[in-house]
Design a protein around this ligand. Structure first.
Ligand SMILES: [Zn+2]
Length: 507
């Protein structure tokens, strides 16, 4: 079968057929679930979707193998391999391959990526990726002449235009679902979105626009610890009404301000940027730690996470640095962020201090690895990286243990601050985004905000302070942009960009 050569158009057609059948099932499933199939129009739409997919892939594959020859063939193989991985994540985690998801993938470090490796993932890779690639590699083709090549291409193009025209009544449907459709069409979803991602990166790699200088107004000693949560959703905090006691320690602390809040995005890079930015915009403004550091505030950034905007300060301490210093089993977890926290503050010669702790405690899918054994109080827990293999209860148990551990960490920060009598101190805890735990068959996060379920953007926003004279506003729902202005208020730093309405303090 592999001895005989077939002609280029057939080769492209076979490749297109494999591509559509193996990798675009999630796309057709979406169509199937969203289209009324009892009507003529519905049948027309779904048939058109399938035919359009086959013909348009044929069109592009044909041009690729014709013009690029061997390189075109390898390109197909590369597509098949990546497609198989994408289908795995779409099927098992309900992700959409859009621009921000590509950003998440390209920003992923080895630790995070390796936590996804599983038997099922390898099976997808072998059966959906490697085997079809071998087939397409062994299949030989003979190039047709230029004239028939041009003729075939024109025919395919005319066909695609006509099918679009026939489907004019369905344009609205396509437009409405374009976001989801575009993220499921393999391989074009990641090809187009990788280009879009780099385009945006390029734009953002420009320097941060410096904000107008700020002024420290007095020499009172004050300190704010900003704790940035990871994938923490408010629904699983007993402070927000969850029926399980996931906040036993915080519940005992007086004067805790617990606000409803929504994140500005459902993925880390955008969520963290929003927490540090003074207003919502596509520009790259100087972020809070850089701004305060430049204006004579002592800023210390500690992180066990990633996906942060560029933090230009000398006291940037990542997990490798911290784990080197810290001794004890607690150093394997986010406790490492609190290592000698008090000493750090006392040693500072400045009156105004901001400490940012960027945690990673509730990051999936291996929730059970994110807390020390003694915090495994809700059992049994999910220990598979394939979340849909666990019962929902096991998954929620593991996740709730991460919240219990977060409760301990926050209470410990507050304990530390309470002992520093000579300081006015405050703590703000806010998460970068929420998390899905199997609701609507979705897991983790990253669904575009406009269509995301509330679990992915309803986040905790908890504030504590030693200064009893401070008055807090009664705000209904906070956004992440409230952080910047509230911290300026806490530290009593004056700035031309300070927005009184955006602070949670009454003045
Ligand atoms: Zn995150």
């Amino acid at each position: 079968m592999f001895k005989k050569k077939i002609e280029t158009p057939f080769y492209a057609l076979i490749a297109s057929f494999i591509n559509v059948v193996l990798y675009n099932i999630p796309l057709f499933k979406l169509g199937y679930n969203n289209i009324e199939l009892s009507t003529f129009n519905g049948v027309l739409l779904i048939t058109s979707l399938v035919i359009t997919a086959i013909v348009s892939n044929f069109f592009i594959f044909y041009i690729a193998v014709y013009l690029l020859r061997h390189v075109g063939k390898w390109l197909l193989i590369l597509f098949f391999i990546i497609n198989s991985l994408c289908v795995y994540f779409i099927v098992n985690y309900g992700v959409l391959i859009d621009r921000s998801m590509i950003g998440n993938i390209l920003n992923t470090n080895y630790d995070e990526a390796s936590s996804f490796i599983s038997f099922t993932l390898l099976s997808y890779l072998i059966f959906l990726g490697v085997l079809p690639s071998l087939f397409i590699y062994r299949l030989k083709y003979e190039r047709v002449k230029l004239k028939p090549f041009l003729l075939h291409c024109s025919l395919a193009l005319i066909f695609l235009l006509s099918i679009t025209y026939v489907n004019a009544p369905n344009w609205l449907w396509v437009d409405k679902n374009s976001k989801t459709l575009g993220s499921l069409v393999m391989p074009w979803s990641y090809v187009a979105n990788t280009i879009r991602f780099y385009h945006k990166e390029n734009k953002q790699n420009q320097k941060q626009t410096l904000l107008p200088d700020a002024k420290i107004t007095n020499d009172r000693k004050s300190i704010v610890v900003l704790v940035i949560g990871e994938s923490a959703r408010s629904a699983n905090y007993s402070l927000y009404g969850y029926d399980r006691n996931t906040n036993p320690l915080l519940a005992k602390i007086k004067d805790l301000h617990v606000y409803e809040a929504q994140s500005s995005a459902t993925y880390t890079t955008a969520g963290v940027k929003a927490i540090l930015d003074y207003k919502e915009s596509n520009d790259l403004n100087e972020i809070l730690p850089n701004y305060l550091n430049r204006n004579d505030v002592e800023v210390i950034w500690r992180t066990t996470n990633w996906g942060e905007p560029k933090v230009n300060i000398k006291n940037y301490q990542d997990q490798n640095y911290l784990r080197e210093l810290c001794e004890g089993t607690e150093c394997d977890y986010d406790d490492v962020l609190l290592y000698q926290l008090k000493d750090l503050i006392v040693k500072s010669k400045k009156n105004k201090i901001l400490i940012v702790l960027h945690t990673s405690t509730s990051h999936g899918p291996t929730y059970y690895k994110k807390y020390p054994p003694e915090f495994e109080q809700f059992t049994p827990v999910c220990k598979s990286v394939e979340l849909s293999n666990c019962t929902n209860q096991e998954l929620v148990n593991a996740y709730d243990n991460t919240i219990l551990y977060t409760d301990y960490l926050l209470a410990k920060v507050i304990e530390n601050l309470k002992q520093l009598n000579e300081y006015n101190s405050g703590m703000i805890y806010v998460s970068d985004h929420g998390e899905s735990l199997g609701e609507k068959n979705l897991y983790m996060h990253g669904i575009p905000l406009s269509i995301a379920p509330k679990e992915q953007f309803e986040i905790p926003f908890i504030v504590w302070t030693t200064d009893k004279s401070l008055q807090f506003k009664n705000k209904k729902t906070l956004s992440q942009y409230n952080v910047f202005h509230s911290i300026l208020d806490f530290l009593e730093v004056e700035s031309p960009i300070y927005d009184k309405d955006m602070s949670i303090l009454k003045k």
